[in-house]
Design a protein around this ligand. Structure first.
Ligand code: ZN
Length: 179
């Protein structure tokens, strides 16, 4: 995925967010391909009502994984799946408007075009009743189960501690890797 060039169509979008050439040049995460609508399938609804979509193969493997975990008494749910480049831009725009500096935002939110969520193969997982997207997810039985079994379903942790992508440690972010 690392050789996908930055789409020139995104330059206006970057300019509108104040993301300059220097930031892009020094960004260490690889660009990501955006899944087309035909590649995506809705499989669930997030707690806040957003529809969750992922690629057909990701959905199939995810449902197998979730069923297997459930049989072991482990509850795992998805809070975020496919996100478009446009949605990612809106996410950053809202944080900028709330007064968060761009540098701070970019430590937790990928630059549009660089989020694995564009591929429709990345899922942010959580274990209710614990809140989603917190580091303490690593202390759950669900996280331990994922570490032992997720690979059997084609899923891996994208941003472990000490990863070199420039993203913070994200114990909740798992990606399906098609064979
Ligand atoms: Zn994620």
């Amino acid at each position: 995925m690392s050789n996908i060039p930055i789409d020139p169509a995104h330059h206006d979008l970057y300019r509108s967010l104040g993301i300059g050439v220097e930031i892009l040049k020094n960004y260490s995460a690889p660009a990501q391909r955006q899944a087309s609508p035909a590649e995506l399938k809705m499989f669930s609804t997030a707690p806040d009502g957003r529809s969750l979509k992922a690629t057909h193969a990701t959905v199939k493997s995810w449902l197998d994984l979730q069923r297997s975990a459930s049989n072991a008494g482990i509850v795992i749910e998805v809070t975020s799946a496919f996100r478009s480049i446009e949605y990612q831009a809106q996410l950053i725009k809202r944080k900028l408007e709330a007064g968060t500096p761009l540098d701070t935002i970019l430590t937790v939110s990928a630059i549009p075009g660089f989020s694995e969520h564009h591929t429709g193969e990345a899922l942010d997982l959580f274990s209710p009743p614990q809140a989603p997207l917190i580091t303490e997810f690593e202390e759950t039985a669900a996280f331990e189960w994922l570490n032992q079994h997720a690979a059997n379903f084609g899923f891996s942790l994208s941003y472990p501690r000490g990863n070199t992508t420039g993203f913070s440690y994200e114990p909740w972010h798992w990606k399906f890797n098609p064979q």
